[in-house]
Ligand binder design. Structure first.
Ligand SMILES: *Cc1c(COP(=O)(O)O)cnc(C)c1O
Length: 360
């Protein structure tokens, strides 16, 4: 069997060109006589891999010099603790609850200080984003936290909340490099790379320098201190070396495609094909209000659980895999990250048309 269209929310598809290049270099990376997996992270060869990855990411996202880029382990979930441990000087932070990942981050922060849920869309199963133009930001809040693209529910902040001068911290795991971003509007951006950037095992943190201090909460593990990693250029201990190498290849792939503007156009075109079909379908229905729809994760339902299950099963047999929705939403979810080709979404929509004809 050949490669299928994988609509998984993560780990997700990677560009074929990247996988092929990695395969070609697997046994002997650039005449080093070894695989990147076997290489010392202190070697010259690996140093140039991580430095070039950082340089390319900075170029792609237009990251200003007063921001550090850290390649870390522990996934996005570990950042749920690292953020409050490093940033909660007053032990107060405001959280906007737009789904499970935001809620988990909020719960984790509550262990370390006073986390305030200042807005939420839980009342309608997170199918929209709350109005964030004039929120009751706490006077002494150390930061305001959002999950920018809600992987499970398929919503995305199109405009950032008004934080009234407080640093904005954003989990960008599932919209990483999907479109241009103005880094200067954030204090911290972080994302697990396994959704849109690379293999599981790497989390990238982009953080404004003034937020990196020695003054962390008592008991903060050395490995969770941003300063430790920033001072040693992500080489305090053994980094997730092979994962960083693949991320570097993905950065080059995106540059080759024309950068983030081009990525956004491509992603808009893919998402439009699917959303336009959903909007006119008599069988399938998108679950998110139009203005908050994500370009990356598209949940939809038929309204009939048995039919949903039949759809997922028959789609799989047709080479369209991992379309089952998250258990809290039900139905289906198509994750159409950067590496999903337009043809994949076309194949999905064609399949949905056929399924609709056969089942109504
Ligand atoms: C997947 C995901 C996470 C969890 O990432 P891990 O790397 O598994 O910890 C957190 N936030 C968002 C938005 C996600 O999509």
């Amino acid at each position: 069997m050949g490669r299928i269209y994988n609509f998984s929310a993560g780990p997700a598809m990677l560009p074929v060109e990247v996988l092929q290049e990695a395969a070609d270099e697997m046994l002997n990376y650039k005449d080093s006589g070894m695989s990147v997996m076997e290489m010392s992270h202190r070697s010259k060869v690996f140093e140039s891999i991580i430095q070039e990855a950082e340089k390319d990411l900075r170029e792609l996202m237009n990251i200003p010099d007063n921001y550090k880029v850290l390649f870390l382990q522990g996934g996005a979930s570990q950042q749920f603790a690292a953020v409050p441990m490093n940033l909660m000087k007053n032990k107060v932070a405001d959280y906007i609850i737009t789904g499970q990942w935001a809620k988990k981050a909020y719960q984790e922060a509550s262990i370390y200080g006073k986390a305030n849920a200042i807005a939420s869309s839980a009342d309608k199963t997170f199918s929209y984003l709350p109005d964030c133009t004039d929120l009751p930001i706490s006077e002494d809040a150390d930061y305001v936290y959002i999950c920018e693209n809600n992987t499970i529910y398929g919503t995305k902040f199109k405009t950032l909340p008004n934080t009234k001068g407080k640093p904005l911290v954003a989990d960008i795991s599932s919209c990483f490099l999907s479109e241009p971003v103005d880094v200067t509007k954030y204090g911290v951006l972080f994302g697990g790379v396994q959704k849109n950037v690379g293999p599981a095992g790497v989390v990238i943190v982009i953080i404004r320098e003034d937020l990196i201090t020695e003054d962390t909460l008592p008991g903060t593990p050395t490995m969770l201190k941003y300063k430790i990693h920033a001072d040693s250029a992500s080489l305090y201990n053994t980094p997730p070396a092979y994962g960083i190498y693949i991320c570097g290849k993905v950065f080059k792939w995106i540059k080759g495609m024309g950068g983030l503007e081009a990525m956004k156009k491509r992603n808009e075109k893919k998402a439009k094909l699917l959303y336009d079909f959903l909007d006119q379908s008599k069988l399938f229905k998108g679950t998110v209000v139009k203005e908050d729809r994500s370009l990356m994760n598209v949940p939809f339902v038929t309204g009939n659980e048995e039919l949903d299950a039949k759809f997922v099963k028959e789609a799989k047999a047709a080479g369209l895999e991992n379309l089952k929705g998250h258990r809290t939403v039900g139905g289906m979810r198509a994750s159409i990250y950067n590496a999903m080709p337009y043809e994949g979404v076309e194949a999905l929509v064609e399949f949905m048309k056929k399924f609709e004809e056969e089942n109504s």
